[in-house]
Design a protein around this ligand. Structure first.
Ligand code: SAH
Length: 366
């Protein structure tokens, strides 16, 4: 998915809560209401909202509404749906607060619904497409087994590991990479919180389509970047589109490989955004050791992750944590747990810089 918006339009308010559970753990359906039965009922039916948002995004309903309110009949023609069924569906979207409709039967998007538009500067459409798609949706149906067995539900459903599956399912991989990329294109707050001005070679380990690295290189014109990810991700038709300008100008190189084997050598900054949380302690330590081996003693390691609060089990990281239980072997970690991982891989935890709902965890070589 190409990103046509200017960087300044994409920057989002750091204090704004993201809209989906995979992103930060906020679950709007769990907001308390006065009536316990109503609250529970809303929670019980939460699955309907996820799938309705997914279908609305796939049909592009709010995109069609951008040039003005429309009747169900017009919408059905434009999106190619069965009109009586679409009418029922639009009613539900209205109940959810995504649409309004007037007495003449014209539907319009609310500000919440508008966030599903493909061209909205803070579009959540890639997340709606991903969270209702089979590789996320089906394993959540096996949450019970994951909680009882401690094994990723994904592997029970698909018989292989999450990233292995994505490696040979390009359509699903494209949905996943687009959602990651939409997040990485909206992190001006994170990039502004760290000084990259002294760096010469920045390696983004598991950097996906390169949206984060592009943002870093825009702020560090003296530096060169290395975008490192699985070969299939870099080879994906759209892969690297976000980093295209920097690749074309020679400021950024793309290197395909397996971070469990090795990562590109010679960087002075190794950035890992949403990587460590995908993996068990042993796996994460292996990745971090490979980073340590690839860098000089002056190198810096930057993990961009949610830091889970030790004092309480509740909090925004818990839903993402559960997503990790369902899909992969990883989890969200506390600062002490990050310190332990870093120590096992030859790093000291220099500082944690909180930015909005996540943090930059800086490791230095010891
Ligand atoms: N850092 C990006 C993507 C995070 S998703 C962002 O925050 O937007 C995790 C990334 O790890 C994916 O791009 C995935 O392809 C990559 N990855 C998974 N296994 C890998 C491996 N063995 N070697 C290299 N990259 C891997």
């Amino acid at each position: 998915m190409t990103d046509k918006t200017a960087p300044e339009e994409r920057s989002r308010d750091a204090s704004r809560e993201p809209l989906n559970d995979m992103e930060d753990g906020s679950v709007p359906a769990s907001l308390p209401t006065a009536d316990p039965a109503e609250t529970l009922s809303r929670l019980l039916n939460g699955y309907q909202a996820t799938q309705a948002l997914h279908v609305a995004a796939r049909l592009g309903i709010v995109d069609v509404l951008q040039d003005g309110p429309k009747t169900a009949q017009v919408l059905a023609d434009r999106v190619g749906a069965h009109e009586p069924s679409l009418r029922r569906f639009l009613g539900f979207l209205t109940t959810l607060g995504l649409l309004t409709h007037d007495s003449e039967g014209h539907f319009a998007a609310t500000p919440v619904g508008a966030l599903l538009r493909a061209d909205h500067p803070e579009s959540e459409r890639p997340w709606a497409l991903l969270l209702g798609a089979p590789p996320i949706w089906q394993p959540w149906g096996e949450l019970y087994e994951a909680v009882v067995s401690g094994r990723p539900a994904f592997e029970r459903v698909y018989g292989e590991r999450f990233f292995t599956y994505l490696g040979h399912n390009p359509e699903q991989a494209a949905l996943f990479n687009a959602a990651m990329s939409s997040d990485s294109a909206n992190v001006a707050d994170i990039l502004d919180a760290y000084d990259f001005s002294g760096s010469h070679t920045i390696v983004d380990v598991g950097g996906g389509r390169g949206a984060l690295l592009r943002g870093i290189l825009e702020r560090a014109p003296q530096a060169k970047g290395i975008l490192f990810d699985l070969p299939a991700v870099l080879a994906e038709a759209e892969a690297g589109l976000e980093a295209r300008e920097v690749v074309l100008t020679g400021k950024c190189e793309r290197v395909g490989g397996d971070m469990f084997q090795s990562v590109p050598a010679g960087g002075d900054v190794y950035v890992l955004k949403r990587i460590v949380h995908d993996w068990s302690d042993a796996e994460a330590i292996q990745i971090l050791r490979n980073c340590r081996q690839a860098m000089s003693d002056q190198g810096k390691l930057l993990l961009i992750e949610q830091v889970r609060q030790p004092a309480t089990q509740a909090g925004p990281a818990t839903a993402t944590d559960l997503m990790m239980l369902v899909l992969v072997t990883g989890r969200e970690r506390t600062e002490e747990e990050f310190r332990g991982l870093l120590a096992a891989a030859g790093f000291g935890l220099a500082r944690v810089i909180p930015v909005g709902w996540r943090s930059i965890i800086e490791g230095v070589c010891v």
